[in-house]
Design a protein around this ligand. Structure first.
Ligand code: CTP
Length: 403
């Protein structure tokens, strides 16, 4: 999945011959899963039609402060457009448009929107080779960089003038990969490795039966997706679950029993920065697993159970610098019990679900949690979707590394 997926991209087109390539650029953004709105300078409409771009972007294209054909219609609000965007890309950025951007010369909708934008701004210059090297152009580059805007450097090759050299707008494919690489390198969990457990475990009784639980695995999978979205390298150790991962960069290790989950976690723990135990691991397993299917008995059947190892507690014993997060599902003395687990399992954070809260725990798409840190500071949260709880957990990890 592209890092541009779901991103709201505002594409500003200024009047150079490279504008014809923006049709392809819009297609590539759409293919990457982004939402696109286009603003054109009046001059750019000589190089590509608004109809082409509105068809490809599936949105109205903006060019003027007012709709020329319908004077009664609403003013095109540049502030709304600017605030809508997660990213603003000006491509092609002509010498004229860059100079206006650098000097606040606000005589068209594109520049007004640029001046209102709070999101990251990228610009892809396009001009003839001598214009590209002119001190005035270089001064625009340097001012725009000072403003925090990012240049997508022009490429070398044949130019519209017939000359050959630096000044061609970066090819649409290269603009997309430039943006993807730039966004990936700035993700807050870039370089961090995170181990997550999820789902139930099944403990075999005989070849056809097991002891299991109702955990869906959703909480752990949501955390895995969110951590990967924020740039982390994720290893997800999952018990039997029907959840499907959207992000194929996540390394999925499928296990069945508590022992297999234990082995997979310990094989990876040493190399990770963070471990999150979201799995509902069986605390007990049959002491002897029958090699053949157990036949019906005349009377009751007794199965002797033995304790499984507490994966989280053993990770807590092994812990060096890892940030270790556990879950607790409690029905009484919630805070006290959760704090007991922080101490016993050597945790940095516990995510407490109270079954007394409506909509929390197993079988719900929502969760109501209280975070308790290693200093026993409590942070109660509202009832939220599990995706939103996953975001909160990942934000705590991000904050931990910002310190
Ligand atoms: N956990 C684990 N391995 C186990 C049991 C639990 O890694 N064998 C982890 C869970 O993933 C969870 C945390 O430990 O993060 C808390 O589990 P929980 O079952 O609530 O607590 P227990 O320590 O098992 O205590 P109790 O059942 O008495 O509440």
């Amino acid at each position: 999945m592209s890092v541009l997926s779901g991103k709201k991209i505002l594409l500003g087109i200024s009047g150079g011959i490279a504008a014809y390539k923006t049709a392809h650029l819009v297609r590539l953004f759409i293919k990457a899963g982004a939402h696109i709105q286009v603003i054109m300078t009046p001059a750019s409409k000589d190089f590509i039609t608004p109809l082409t771009l509105s068809t490809l972007s599936k949105n109205q294209v903006y060019s003027d402060f007012f709709n020329e054909d319908d004077k009664e219609a609403m003013w095109n609000n540049h502030v709304d457009l600017a605030l809508w965007a997660d990213l603003f890309i000006i491509a092609p950025a002509t010498a004229n448009t860059m100079s206006k951007m650098a000097n606040g010369n606000c005589d068209n909708l594109l520049i007004a929107t640029y001046l209102s934008a709070k999101c990251p701004v990228y610009f892809a210059p396009a001009m003839d080779l001598d214009m590209y090297k002119h001190p005035s152009t270089l001064s625009s580059f340097s001012k725009l960089k000072q403003f925090g805007n990012t240049i997508i450097p022009a490429e070398s090759g044949e130019l519209a003038s017939g000359l050959s050299g630096e000044g061609r707008m970066a090819e649409p494919e290269n603009i997309v990969s430039f943006l993807e690489n730039d966004l990936l390198s700035k993700l807050p969990l870039k370089g961090k490795k995170i181990l997550i457990t999820a789902g139930p475990t099944y403990e075999a009784i005989d070849p056809v039966r097991f002891i299991g639980n109702h955990s869906s695995g959703k909480m752990g999978y949501d955390i895995a997706e969110e951590a990967a979205n924020k740039g982390a390298e994720v290893i997800l150790v999952s018990g039997p679950s029907n959840q499907v991962l959207k992000d194929n960069s996540i390394q999925l290790i499928k296990v069945v029993s508590a022992q297999e989950m234990y082995d997979a976690c310990h094989a990876n723990f040493e190399n990770v920065d963070v471990a999150i135990a979201a799995a509902a691991v069986a605390d007990y397993r049959p002491k002897n697993v029958a090699s053949q299917k157990i036949k019906k008995q005349e009377t009751n059947l007794t199965i002797e159970l033995e304790k499984t190892q507490d994966i989280l507690a053993t990770l807590g014993e092994k812990k060096r610098n890892q940030f270790l997060i556990g879950f607790a599902l409690e029905t009484e003395n919630e805070i006290e019990n959760a704090i007991g687990k922080i101490k016993k399992k050597n945790l940095d954070l516990i995510v407490l679900n109270s079954l007394n809260d409506k909509g929390a725990g197993f079988g719900h798409s929502t969760n109501k949690v209280t975070f308790i840190d290693k200093n026993f500071k409590e942070l109660p949260m509202d009832l939220k979707s599990k995706e939103a709880v996953a975001q909160d957990i990942v934000n705590i990890i991000i904050k931990h590394y910002e310190k």
